[in-house]
Design a protein around this ligand. Structure first.
Ligand code: PLP
Length: 399
């Protein structure tokens, strides 16, 4: 019997959509040109890159010239935070101030901490409510005269909660209008939108965003590709220098197949958003309802309403997350504890800590994230295996 495989870890990475793969293939073989080359091979590659840039511009509601392709969201977030801090430091004496939140992705938190350690910036980390939501008023409270950047993620990758990005964007806009009169630097607003692209409106004009991060492999595209939207005339410096690629913002020969795949993935995401939202939400709600009804001592973490449709984050009483993960893995089921980036790290998840979950409780946490290829049969198979695993582990623990 071949082993059944059920993938429920879509927030870590998604399988490549077969249509994306088909679109990419020629750019690994016959269409291998360097888009910077002036001959026909180069022109062919450049055309493909610019087509994807146009798709990305349409997707995010901006000019295609405001899209910079990067190696993924980790780079985009580092670029946004460090690049803005660098630009603000040049020619000025005061240390810039950045506002972010306690439950950002590790690449935002670590980039911010590095700036602090190196004396490049001061950073405030805004707390998060028990529901897993950052309040715009709390962000506002942290604004100082030397604040240059606010970075708040659109959707949290562990608990799936949706942040009031539009409201924060509006507030920052209002604050900026007053600051202009006082000759204070404009505050830029950055969002890590990686987990939002599949499901939510990412129009940067609607949201009042100056910088936005997206990643290919979270939207059924390839790994190693992403983008940073940079609003025109934003003071930001490159953090990777060399050739004049990407309007001088990011040197290095372009990942043409990746860019083609990313563009195709964005195009599909746009077209199928409503449909995927509904399908995934229905299955996720069915799963949560069954778990809460049929298994004792399980709690859902984060707001039930302000949440992307594919995320379920649970804490299970008297059971270790790693134990559940391994039991499920033996049945071919893939889920995660905390985030993939901190797996293997025994410290409690910084996200669960931020929403007030105790260390002990957070050890029993499990994240189950669905996607457009998930089926009802898979959900039922997961549910039965999950229920069994908990019963077994509780029995072993004598609970
Ligand atoms: C996955 C993820 C990242 C990192 O993306 P990469 O493209 O793998 O570097 C950043 N932020 C969030 C919210 C994510 O979910």
């Amino acid at each position: 019997m071949t082993k059944k495989k059920v993938y429920l870890d879509y927030a870590s990475t998604t399988p490549l959509d077969p249509r994306v793969f088909s679109a990419m293939k020629p750019y690994f073989s016959q269409k291998f040109g360097n888009p910077m080359s002036l001959h026909s091979f180069g022109k062919e590659a450049k055309e493909a890159v610019e087509k994807s840039r146009k798709i990305a511009g349409d997707f995010f509601g901006c000019d295609s010239g405001e899209i910079i392709f990067t190696s993924g969201a980790t780079e985009s977030n580092n670029f946004a935070i460090k690049g803005v801090a660098l630009a603000s430091r040049s020619g000025r004496k005061t240390k810039p101030h950045i506002i972010t939140t306690q439950f950002e992705h590790s690449c935002v938190l670590e980039a911010s901490k590095k700036l602090e350690e190196r004396g490049m910036a001061d950073v405030s980390y805004v707390p998060v409510s028990k529901e897993g939501i950052v309040s715009a008023a709390d962000v506002l409270k942290e604004i100082r005269n030397n604040t240059i950047l606010v970075s708040v993620m659109y959707v949290n990758n562990e608990i799936g909660t949706i942040q009031p990005i539009k409201e924060i964007g509006k507030l920052v806009g209002t604050v900026n209008a007053a600051r202009e009169r006082k000759n204070l630097p404009k505050i830029l607003f950055h969002t890590d939108a990686v987990q939002a692209v599949n499901y939510l409106d990412c129009n940067v004009q609607n949201l009042g965003i100056d910088l936005l991060t997206a990643s290919g492999h979270k939207i059924y595209g390839p790994k190693g590709i992403g983008c940073l939207y940079i609003r025109k005339n934003t003071p930001i410096l490159s953090i990777q220098d060399g050739g004049s690629h990407e309007f001088g913002f990011r040197a290095g020969t372009l990942n043409v197949p990746g860019i083609v795949g990313f563009g195709t993935a964005l195009e599909i995401a746009e077209k199928e958003r409503k449909r995927n939202y509904k399908i995934v939400e229905k299955m996720r709600d069915y799963l949560i309802a069954r778990i809460l009804k049929e298994i004792q001592g399980v709690k859902l973490n984060g707001s039930k309403i302000k949440r992307v449709p594919n995320n379920t984050n649970l804490t299970v009483k008297d059971v270790e997350g790693e134990g559940m993960l391994l039991e499920l893995d033996m049945k071919g089921i893939a889920v995660s504890t905390g985030s993939a980036c901190s797996a293997g790290d025994l410290r409690p998840s910084h996200v669960l800590t931020a929403i007030g979950i105790s260390e002990e409780e957070s050890h029993g946490s499990l994240r189950v994230t669905l996607g457009k290829f998930t089926t009802k049969q898979e959900i039922d198979y997961f549910f039965n295996s999950f229920k069994e695993a908990i019963a077994r582990l509780r029995k072993i623990a004598g609970k």
